[in-house]
Design a protein around this ligand. Structure first.
Ligand code: PRP
Length: 184
């Protein structure tokens, strides 16, 4: 199906069909890994909810879901990467098999912070699944167990990813027109 482009969108990077197919593959791998167990998906608000929803539907083992919200900012000296939890999980993860679900990993600061924080809460296991992985922007090395797609250093929107809170609801991932895209 040809996607109808919304204003501001330049070109489609991944179509709905490509995304659906890739998520099914990921869900298959995840189902095999957690065979005989229950996996707790932890979504990082807000972007990941679109990916998490489809992923969860295709996973073939019992699934629990919880969410946390983070805020990130620069510290007084201007260094990026200061992350804190703005909305914590509703339930304990002690003894659970946790799969942290992200929409995108960029610098890695958010993921590093979340992994350190969650590891301290005594899960049975802790793994990471991200929809997009923008490795050219990585500053700190973080473990990524499952990734949907690697992407170049371009500003993308859709399937959870926003620009000024817009475009999250697109079924595809797209590059914004240059005049719309913020400078990286
Ligand atoms: C995105 C994404 C990650 C973070 C990754 O969140 O969901 O949490 O950025 O960036 P990093 O690797 O450089 O730390 P964002 O702040 O855009 O929030 P949103 O999901 O609500 O759009």
């Amino acid at each position: 199906m040809i996607a109808t482009l919304v204003p501001g969108v330049d070109r489609v990077l991944f179509t709905e069909e490509q995304i659906e197919s890739r998520i099914r593959e990921l869900a298959g791998e995840i189902s095999r890994r957690y065979q005989g167990r229950t996996v707790k998906l932890i979504g990082v608000l807000k972007g990941s909810i679109f990916f998490l929803t489809v992923l969860a539907r295709h996973i073939q083992v019992p699934v629990k879901v919880d969410f946390l919200g983070i805020s990130s900012f620069s510290n007084k000296s201007g260094s990026p990467g200061v992350v804190r939890i703005a909305k914590d999980l509703d339930e304990s993860i002690e003894g659970e098999d946790v799969l942290l679900v992200e929409d995108i990993v960029d610098t890695g600061f958010t993921l590093r912070y979340l992994l350190q924080t969650l590891a301290g809460r005594g899960p049975n296991s802790l793994a990471v699944c991200t929809f997009l992985d923008r490795t050219p922007r990585r500053i700190v090395q973080v473990p990524v167990d499952y990734r949907g797609f690697e992407i170049p250093d371009r500003f993308v929107v859709g399937f959870g990813l926003d620009y000024n809170q817009l475009y999250r609801n697109l079924g595809y991932v797209a590059v914004l027109k240059p005049e719309k895209a913020p400078s990286a």
